[in-house]
Design a protein around this ligand. Structure first.
Ligand code: GRF
Length: 187
């Protein structure tokens, strides 16, 4: 069977990365590589444990955002993915990357609310009744590309930041793999 190829970009613990690998790898898609900008990202060990090639491109080693983005683009293109999935990739990208790849991102809020960093805390502390997540196309505007799918839940009376964060993660782990499969079916 000819599986579609995806690349996953991440910067942190990689719970979404691991979930995508466990749910889809060599079943629905081939995770051709995982790329991180942080040499100490927890997700590195998770990908390696599943024999996924990991590319570390440390952004602190680049003189400019554009130089980093050029290296990132070159690395992505080497694998010729059908889709790039950003799962907790904490970098603002320039059009050098965004104009040249087909990519989606998962964001822990109901966009257009709470774009950018600290979205979970902002959403938790807000007067909104619901928390939620969005999967959207990546454009050069931060968290601004067209929304593809969203899911939400009502904040409980007894909600803590911890329980709220866990609900966000659970929604992400359910919606992101489903959305990847749906997009690749349409390719
Ligand atoms: C997720 O909540 C994602 O929405 C946000 O960063 C978090 C990454 O978590 N952008 P993990 O590294 O996948 O555990």
């Amino acid at each position: 069977m000819n599986l579609s190829k995806i690349i996953i970009l991440f910067s942190g613990e990689g719970s979404n990365l691991l979930n995508i690998i466990e749910t889809l790898h060599l079943k629905e898609v081939e995770v051709a590589a995982a790329i991180t900008n942080r040499p100490n990202a927890g997700g590195i060990a998770k990908a390696k444990a599943h024999q996924i090639p990991v590319e570390v491109i440390d952004h602190t080693h680049f003189e400019s955002r554009e130089n980093f983005d050029a290296k990132l683009l070159e690395t992505i293109e080497y694998y010729r993915p059908d889709l790039v999935v950003m799962a907790g990739f904490m970098r603002i990208l320039t059009p050098i990357v965004t104009d040249n790849i087909k990519a989606i991102n998962v964001h822990p809020s109901l966009l257009p609310l709470f774009k950018g960093g600290n979205a979970i805390v902002k959403s938790f502390e807000s007067s909104e009744i619901n928390g939620g997540i969005s999967v959207h196309w990546v454009s050069s505007e931060l968290d601004g590309g067209e929304v593809i799918a969203q899911d939400s839940f009502s904040k409980a009376e007894s909600e803590t930041l911890e329980s709220f964060t866990q609900k966000i993660r659970n929604l992400e782990h359910n919606l992101l793999p489903k959305t990847i499969v749906q997009i690749l079916k349409k390719c």
